[in-house]
Design a protein around this ligand. Structure first.
Ligand code: CIR
Length: 258
């Protein structure tokens, strides 16, 4: 699995309480608690051996701490996405300045209207990308994404979504050809060649774990997910993300790892 040296995060802003929420996990985020949870998240990333670039809070965009959505960073290029949520679309310009520190201009690509795409819909496996077609990521966005990947010798497979916000809300790659899957992803033929670790319905949020340089970071409060991952023999760190969950945000959404 790709070894990561860096991660980019953005501090939650006070306007976080006005972020988009499906209402699946009720309540408004507690800002102070969200900041403490964000600190713990950064510590966990550092324990996994990555240097964390911490961008300042941006009050114009309530959801801007979910930095995974406005960019996709690969070993060969950076792709600035075009977030499908109107209140989030401007986040792409802000992430661009951060990405410029790490990628030369001729390796920075963009998804453009009428295409839309959010990074939460993009799952990278060893050498391939899976892209969810969702309410945020449309057909044209996927077509442009594929065209960009092919330019760099990579490719992707489209995965239509019916139930969840983003692809990685329900399926995440742990390395070793293993996927953590919940709900609609449990039996999708497109994933039939992978070893699958099933997440029970009542722990669906726990399907969004990230493996960073060998260690799996797991959200706190999902015992079945935790024991399944331990059973695979992976070292584990847990982080409480309760305040981000109220906005449908998971562990992966809070960073760009590259
Ligand atoms: C949103 O609805 O856009 C945010 N409240 C949550 C984004 C979560 N991001 C992700 O799953 N990659």
């Amino acid at each position: 699995m790709t070894r990561f040296t860096h991660a980019i995060v953005r501090r939650p802003c006070r306007a976080l309480t006005e972020g988009i929420s499906s209402g699946l996990y009720p309540g408004k985020p507690d800002y102070e608690l969200a900041l403490r949870q964000h600190d713990a998240y950064i510590s966990a990333l550092r324990k996994c051996g990555v240097t964390v670039d911490i961008l300042p809070a941006d009050e114009r965009y309530p959801d801007s701490c979910f930095v995974e959505d406005p960019a996709v960073l690969t070993g060969k290029c950076a792709i600035i996405t075009n977030p499908g949520a109107p209140s989030r679309n401007g986040e792409k310009d802000e992430i661009l300045s951060a990405v410029r520190k790490y990628y030369p201009e001729d390796r920075i690509e963009k998804i453009r209207f009428p295409g839309t795409l959010e990074g939460g819909d993009v799952m990278m496996t060893e050498d391939h990308f899976y892209v969810g077609r969702s309410e945020r990521t449309n057909e044209e966005g996927i077509r442009q994404f594929r065209e960009i990947l092919r330019k760099y010798g990579m490719d992707c497979t489209e995965v239509p979504l019916t139930e969840v916000l983003h692809l990685k809300t329900g399926v995440n790659y742990l390395g070793d050809h293993t996927l953590l899957v919940s709900g609609e992803f449990s039996d999708k033929p497109v994933f039939s060649d992978f070893r699958k670790v099933a997440v029970p319905e009542e722990e669906a949020y726990g399907a969004n774990c990230i493996r960073v340089n060998g260690t799996v970071i797991v959200p706190e409060g999902y015992p079945s997910v935790l024991s399944s991952i331990r059973a695979l023999g992976y070292p584990v760190l847990t982080v409480d993300t309760s305040e981000f969950r109220k906005l449908d945000g998971g562990l992966s959404c809070l960073s760009l790892r590259f």
